[in-house]
Design a protein around this ligand. Sequence first.
Ligand code: 5GP
Ligand code: MG
Length: 207
Amino acid sequence: MPLSKPRLAKDLNRRIPPSHRSDLAGVLIPEVELQKRIATMGRAIARDYAGRDVLVVSLLSGTVLFLADLLRRLPFPLRVDFLGVSSYGAGTESGNLVFNKELKLDVRGAHVLVVDDILDTGKTLRAVTDRIAALRPASIRTCVLLDKKERRVGTFEADYVGFRIPNLFVVGYGLDFAERYRNLPFVGVLKPEVYAPGPVQPKRGSA
Ligand code: 5GP
Ligand code: MG
């Protein structure tokens, strides 16, 4: 489901908890819309996978909230495992990919569904699917909550996409900036000055 316009209208700022009003520019996807869309995604995945040996592989840590809500919508037997991969340091640009937690479960012969928070350049999911393919699963598909299609480098498409979003740095609902904001129940847009602080303004007044 494409999300055509960023919801950055001023009135949406009212929904930002007071504690975050100084660092968030707006709410992009409210909680109710996330839940509605995830229910639809769950139905599509259940239709495609029911009756198979399914292994959900979730990428840490941005998927925590999305995974918890999605799993509740998958009413059939499956296994869940976690792969630790990080591509961002404290900034917002993709850096080198580091695998910091390996899979624990046996992948061979399983139908693997890789779940990630957001598809950006595609570098992460390409590396992850290559790594899993080497373990000889029966199939691999990918599922992302958010897709910033215009940022893609080369071609990579996820099989299940929650929302297409514009090229904005988003936080909340699992997504972080410098490990913060993951606990927000909605997807919000960070004010650029938070991640790209301008030059320090000289203080006015007394010397
Ligand atoms: P890719 O490898 O596709 O460029 O980047 C994917 C990863 O970058 C995601 O799993 C996510 O961790 C991070 N990322 C990309 N865009 C954003 C964003 O707008 N906000 C946050 N918090 N993380 C992002
Ligand atoms: Mg991630």
